[in-house]
Write a protein that binds this ligand. Structure first.
Ligand code: NAI
Length: 338
């Protein structure tokens, strides 16, 4: 059928024209672990982001299937798939932002720390690739335990001589997203109007919602504070149990990761007042890494905000969080230094 042939030829031409345009403006983003429970919906959401011109999808399985699927979306980003270790370098070369949701998720009864053995090695390998191929990229680390994988990434980058603490960010956005949702439910208002700072880390008691600093300003009863703190800290476990062995949060996490990636890209573009919580190298406490609100800009993290006034309940929570966090950070550091 000649008409079909013609259509294919002309659409081929249009595609290459699009490619040239897409490459000229916008940012190049890679997702490592793109075929996973988080990776797939995250690939979808990043393909919808108008700031993305090139989207590289890397995984050790099914990368080409996900790429073929997502590439049919009629949005601007050009999508390319990369399968397995031999293609990691091509996946990373030239990237402005690398998002890492690679690794195993929790099953019921597991803590995030139980994932350490497998995910620590995966994160090391991927970060070695980043050092080599896109040392200036912003890195959004999602793989758990975030409290240890961020220190692991930092050590890998230090070893390679490419470490820039402003460009390495642990993704804790899901904790903020959950906190906003649960607080909005209690207050009976729209979650889009709520802003809850969540500081510390990304696991159990290290997740510290600062309910005294919620915007819009409000007050909670002792019961509400206890309910909200517990639900925010255990939101991940709530999903793990509901999925009963089929994984952990993937859809809400992909949403949170896409939200955070968009914030990083807007920072890179030079937008003003781009502020979000993230687990980063920090001097806010005596620990080398800590999550607080940070301001993002052209070079990544440009300002780290202090904790602000805490009430007694939060001060107590902070001490507990720091104790656990110290151990998780040390575990990550010694995994590389040992
Ligand atoms: P999943 O098992 O569905 O997907 C993980 C993907 O990583 C798979 O496609 C797998 O093939 C891939 N992968 C494994 N080894 C790899 C390697 N060496 N290089 C590239 N890709 C590799 O898991 P899911 O549910 O997507 O979770 C991924 C990670 O995200 C887990 O560690 C999980 O604990 C974490 N997570 C983090 C959250 C956060 O708030 N930071 C929230 C939810 C999950």
């Amino acid at each position: 059928h000649p008409p079909t042939l013609q259509m294919e030829e002309s659409s081929g031409l249009r595609r290459s024209a699009c490619r040239a345009k897409g490459g000229a403006s916008g940012y190049k983003v890679a997702i490592l672990g793109a075929a996973g429970g988080i990776g797939q919906p995250l690939a979808l959401l990043m393909k919808m982001n108008p700031l993305v011109s090139v989207l590289h999808l890397y995984d050790v399985v099914n990368a080409h299937g996900v790429t073929a699927d997502v590439s049919h979306m009629d949005t601007g980003a050009v999508v390319r798939g990369f399968l397995g270790q031999p293609q990691l370098e091509d996946a990373l070369t030239g990237m402005d932002l690398v998002i890492i949701p690679a690794g195993v998720p929790r099953k019921p009864g597991m803590t995030r720390d139980d994932l350490f053995k497998i995910n620590a090695g995966i994160v090391r390998t991927l970060c070695e690739g980043i050092s080599k191929c896109c040392p200036k990229a912003i890195v959004n680390l999602i793989s758990n335990p975030v409290n240890s994988t961020v220190p692991i990434a930092a050590e890998v980058f230090k070893k390679a001589g490419t470490y820039d603490p402003k460009r390495l960010l642990g993704v804790t956005t899901l904790d903020v997203v959950r906190a906003n949702t649960f607080v909005a439910e209690v207050l009976g208002i729209d979650p889009r109007e709520v802003d809850v700072p969540v500081v510390g880390g990304h696991s159990g008691v290290t997740i510290l919602p600062l309910l005294s600093q919620v915007k819009p300003p409000c007050s909670f009863t002792v019961e509400e504070i206890s309910y909200l703190t517990d639900r925010i800290q255990n939101g991940g476990t709530e999903v793990v149990e509901a999925k009963a062995g089929a994984g952990s949060a993937t859809l809400s996490m992909a949403y949170a990761a896409a939200k955070f990636a968009d914030i990083c890209l807007r920072g890179l573009r030079g937008d003003a007042n781009i502020i979000e919580c993230s687990f980063v190298a920090s001097q806010v406490t005596e620990l080398p890494f800590f999550a607080t609100k940070v301001r993002l800009g052209r070079s990544g993290v440009e300002e780290i905000y202090p904790l602000g006034p805490l009430n007694e309940f939060e001060r107590f929570g902070l001490e507990k969080a720091k104790k656990e966090l110290a151990g998780s950070i040390e575990k990550g550091v010694s995994f590389i230094r040992k």
